[in-house]
Design a protein around this ligand. Structure first.
Ligand SMILES: *Cc1c(COP(=O)(O)O)cnc(C)c1O
Length: 394
């Protein structure tokens, strides 16, 4: 049968969902086991997940929480940030990074990214350091480690805290050292589209035993450590409230997913690297900007594969291209419109996109293509066909 020239790459009822997680039978069995055990709150599976995660990241302590946002928030609260303290972060991030700074009582300050790596530029950070600066909060964008040499130098020179937003960077290392272990805290996300998923969930890692215990307490109403054990068979134990805490503990139901996701994390990484390389080969001759090469001294987590769409070169605007992908049945993402594009931050801090030109340009040109381990080779080919078709049409 003759196919019309403009038949979409995938039909409507076969839409390729962006960031769809792979959930194995192991996770399903573990969740059922958890349900049958009757212990669905914070308990032994969370403790095991924390141990396994700490070991994977070569960190001493890990605290499981309800989200990366909570991990960022509590790490800044535990650092004792006060009103007027400044925290320098990137304009090319999810709003949660900046909101967590605001909720800790501190003032966010943005430093522009490097145009190739899309990561915060230590030279831009240096220009933003004042007598009020207390912390640097880098984001390892897309899973590519930041320039940790440059950032650690600034942190030491100015005696600052370093809190890493590792929402994209579970598997990443920089000169062999795992991301999240360069400063006081590393914060991870297990949101549905991330490299390890628990539905919703997050983890904080630290080498500071006291901080880990304080954050655990802050995440569970401010109740003294191990309050979750108080109903166990060792008899009733009183708990004492030592802080006006929050409610952002992880549950065993979530940890049931995380335990098996973490076991598979390296195999999934290999598959995403394979997809990444297929995209690199397939798109090398197209008028698009592809992700920068990954130097030998770092390990990329391959969380997001981003293309930059320059309308002058491709003949189609980024926003039109987003629509074209939808028409081709391919789900894509935008990571991210730069933070100063949003009205709240403009009104509250007077930020303007033009003041962070690299983040602004990336935010206005970027499209994230599907990179889930759930993609079959046919799915990957469909994405490649759609990209080629849209670029050809221009
Ligand atoms: C997803 C994400 C977060 C928030 O993670 P949650 O677990 O959803 O709170 C924070 N920062 C970045 C860069 C993210 O991508």
């Amino acid at each position: 049968m003759h196919m019309p020239q403009d038949a979409p790459v995938r039909s409507k009822d076969n839409f390729l969902v962006f960031g769809s997680p792979y959930i194995g039978e192991e996770e399903i069995d573990e969740v059922v086991n958890c349900l049958r055990s009757g212990w669905i709150g914070t308990g032994p599976k969370v403790a095991k997940f924390e141990n396994n995660f700490a070991r994977y990241k070569q960190s001493q302590y890990a605290v499981a929480l309800s989200s990366c946002t909570a991990a960022l928030h509590l790490s800044m609260l535990a650092s004792g940030l006060k009103s007027g303290d400044e925290v320098i972060t990137t304009p090319l991030t999810f709003c949660a990074t900046v909101n967590a700074i605001i909720h800790s009582g501190a003032t966010p300050v943005l430093a522009d990214v490097c145009s190739e790596t899309m990561n915060i530029d230590p030279e831009q950070v240096r220009k933003k350091i004042t007598s009020r600066t207390r912390a640097i909060l880098p984001v390892h964008f897309a899973g590519r480690p930041c320039d940790m040499g440059g950032l650690v130098e600034l942190v030491q020179e100015h005696n600052l805290l370093l809190i890493e937003d590792c929402a994209h960077a579970i598997e990443s290392t920089w000169r062999g050292k795992p991301t999240g272990t360069f400063g006081q805290y590393g914060c991870f996300s297990f949101y549905a589209t991330k490299n390890v998923v628990t539905g919703e969930g997050g983890m904080l890692i630290t080498s500071d035993e006291h901080a880990a215990s304080r954050i655990k307490t802050l995440g569970l109403h401010g109740m003294s450590k191990d309050a979750w054990k108080r109903f166990s068979d060792s008899g009733y134990k009183h708990y004492f409230v030592t802080d006006a805490g929050f409610k952002c503990n992880m549950t065993d139901l979530q940890a049931s997913l995380g335990l098996h996701q973490l076991e598979r994390v390296e195999r999934c990484w290999v598959r995403r690297q394979e997809i990444w390389e297929k995209y690199n080969d397939a798109f090398s001759a197209l008028p698009l900007t592809l992700p920068a090469d990954v130097p030998d001294y770092m390990r990329h987590a391959y969380h997001l594969y981003t293309i930059l769409v320059d309308e002058e070169r491709v003949g189609i605007s980024r926003d039109k291209m987003l629509g074209a992908f939808t028409e081709e049945g391919i789900g894509v993402g935008v990571h991210y419109l730069s933070i100063p594009e949003h009205p709240f931050y403009q009104q509250t801090f007077g930020w303007r996109p033009e003041d962070y030109p690299n983040a602004m340009r990336i935010g206005r040109q970027t499209i994230s293509l599907p990179l889930s381990v759930k993609l079959t080779d046919d799915d990957v080919n469909d994405v490649i066909c759609a990209v080629r078709k849209i670029c050809r049409r221009g």
